[in-house]
Design a protein around this ligand. Sequence first.
Ligand SMILES: O=C(CO)COP(=O)(O)O
Ligand SMILES: [Zn+2]
Length: 220
Amino acid sequence: MSAAVHTHADENRLREQVVDFGKSLFERGLTAGSSGNLSVRLEDGWLLTPTNASLGRLDPARLSRLDWEGRLQDGDPPSKEAFLHRAMYQQRPGAGAIVHLHSTHSAAVSCMCGLNHDDCIPPLTPYFVMKIGRLPLLPYHRPGDPALGDAIGALAKKHAAVLLANHGPVVSGSSLEAAVYAAEELEETAKLFLMLRDVPVRPLDAQQIAELKTAFSLDI
Ligand SMILES: O=C(CO)COP(=O)(O)O
Ligand SMILES: [Zn+2]
């Protein structure tokens, strides 16, 4: 696994970041109850939020620390989506963090009929293109189904973010901040997509997307 080198101090800083971003996401209603999970890459493993924990009230000392085989090293029992996060890290060596939410508008889109499974939200805005790119839909699996690992692995090679059908988004980023910002952008674009359902829309065209790719060196 490629990764930036993390010292003990770095790990403590990352633990605090997970708690701070978790609280911020929860308080703004981007995931409710004990839904959602956050993870960050360490040099020799990764941190993940514990199962059944509210993102609004995480304890930095009790985050689950896992190795790359998925074995718990210390902390509380990990999220049931641990293998999903692990599969995404394995396919995306540049991913430093992963955010999974049940954010309302993204979850609403994930329940719609007639989505293009390769590209379920059109390129409505430049920030959606820049932060998410093309968003594939992963067919329904129950939360915690180990088959989700293989299924997401196949898509994560080419996509930084995936929408789980009838569930919610999984978004990776180079850092936790980047992954959270991308998940927020996805939620805002899902909201626009729903608002504009009965209105003729003009998404960005191929040339406008190509311009963004060049200007921002996007790998999408
Ligand atoms: O969002 C969730 C399942 O998809 C929450 O599960 P965990 O509480 O096990 O992290
Ligand atoms: Zn979930």
